[in-house]
Every structure is written in C-alpha cells, then in structure tokens.
Design a binder for this molecule. Structure first.
Ligand code: SAM
Length: 238
C-alpha cells in the first residue's frame, strides 16, 4: 500500500514534471488513502500500484502537454470521482484554486478527507450535479474546466461550458474516439458559446493507453437556458 517515492518522481520526470519531495509524498499518501477507502466505497477499479501511478496520477497531468498551467488561476473538475484529474493537478500546481465537483456524496466525503490528509489549501469539494451547480455562483467563474471519463463530449459540453468565464478553456480528456466524438459535438459546442481550439489525438501513456484531448475556448456567454434540467443533457444531447 506504500507507493515508492522514487518511482513516483521518475514517472513524472518522463513527462517533464520535476516533483519536489513533498509533492511525491503527497502522491504516496493519496495512494494509501485510495486503497483504504476503496474497501469501504467504490472509488476506482484500478488499484495496483503501477497502474494507479500511470493511469490516474501521470495521466491526470498529461494535459500539461497541451496547456500551460502556470497561467491558470481557477479550475473546476467536473465529475471528479476520486479526484482525477483535479487533485494531481493541484499537487503539482498548488497556486491554482481548485473546485472538485461530483454527484456522488460518498466520493465527496472521500475528497474532503484527502484534501485534509494532503494538507492542501485553496481547494474544495462540492456535491451536486453539474446541471444544478452551473446555476449557482460557480457559473462562468473559472478560467479552466477539466473533465475525464464522465460522458460523451456533446453531453459534457453542456455540463462544463457554463462554468467557464469568457475566453477560458475546457479540456476534455478523451480516448481513442476523440475525432468521432468531436464530429457529433459541433452543434453543442457552438450553441453553448464555445469554439474548438485544438485536438490532440494520440499521446501514448503506456502500451495499453492512448490519451486524446479536445480543447475548447469559451468565446461567448452561455445562454441562461443551458444547462437544461438535470438528466436532460444525457437523455437528449444537443
Ligand atoms: N473523473 C474521474 C476519473 O477520471 O477517474 C471519475 C470518472 S467516473 C467514471 C464519473 C464520475 O462523474 C462519477 O463519479 C459520477 O458521479 C460523476 N458524474 C457523472 N455525471 C455527473 C453530473 N451530471 N454531475 C456531476 N457529476 C457527475
């Protein structure tokens, strides 16, 4: 259950991220808490040490290949689950104010616990559905929204774009159907005030995983009718 600190440092070095001792220790503590809590609540099907290191921790930071996090001030992770990619991003870039959002309250209780254990400041976990929380003061208040493994892109755009302020970015972590999903999402992106900035289709993480990203720029304010009521974006995607 103890993740090797040297291994953590080395794997991050492979993607050009130099962790300090404290950051590597935070990843190790995070791994331990994931293992302990996963016995009580379902957090992740991936638990083996190397797999968590690559498929959760390093993968979360692969978006550093597509944007410069040094300029990011406020980030929201929609459908964060056990904290991916939001918590690893916060560990590596502690200056960013982070909001983790998830619809499952048990996962949010875990996130609060991890935030305390890792002694992170400027990060909070919020329980609720994106469709509802996008109608609170969180609306249009982030310069970056990230989301991994939550829904198909056209649905995800309706969850995520309302949270982003003008000229901010949405980075959707996608797999090997990135281009196909993008084709089906053009209507949604345009209706919600976005514009595709770039698409990265093939970052090889390991022998079994390719990572794609769709990067969408918020070009105009999202009409107040979006997102539609909870459940509707998934049932009837734009
Ligand atoms: N992003 C994490 C990851 O990559 O490991 C978790 C992925 S998990 C498959 C999807 C998560 O999205 C779940 O924890 C679920 O509760 C959350 N979710 C799905 N739809 C949501 C919505 N409309 N609003 C908020 N959270 C949602």
């Amino acid at each position: 259950m103890i993740m090797n600190i040297n291994k953590i440092t080395e794997k991050f070095k492979n993607i050009d991220i130099q962790l300090n001792e404290r950051q590597a220790e935070q990843f190790s503590i995070y791994y331990k808490e994931l293992c302990i809590w996963n016995d009580k609540i379902n957090l992740t099907s991936i638990l083996e040490e190397d797999a968590v290191l690559m498929k959760h921790f390093v993968d979360s930071l692969l978006s550093t290949k597509v944007i410069d996090y040094k300029d990011v001030k406020r980030l929201i992770d929609v459908g964060t689950g056990a904290g991916f990619p939001g918590i690893p991003i916060k560990i590596v870039y502690p200056h960013i104010e982070v909001v983790l959002l998830d619809a499952l309250s048990k996962r949010v209780i875990f996130l609060d616990h991890v935030i305390e254990k890792l002694d992170l400041n400027g990060i909070s976990a919020v329980h609720g559905r994106a469709e509802d929380l996008a109608r609170t003061d969180l609306r249009e208040s982030f310069d970056l929204c990230v989301s991994r493994a939550v829904s198909q892109l056209n649905v995800l755009c309706e969850y995520c774009l309302p949270f982003i302020s003008n000229n901010g970015l949405f980075i959707s972590y996608k797999g090997n159907k990135t281009i196909e999903e993008l084709e089906q999402s053009k209507n949604a992106i345009s209706i919600l005030g976005g514009k595709v900035e770039s698409v990265v289709d093939n970052i090889v993480l390991d022998a079994s995983t390719n990572r794609g990203f769709v990067i969408i720029r918020k070009e105009s304010i999202t009409d107040v009718k979006y997102p539609r009521r909870a459940g509707k974006p998934l049932k009837r995607p734009l």
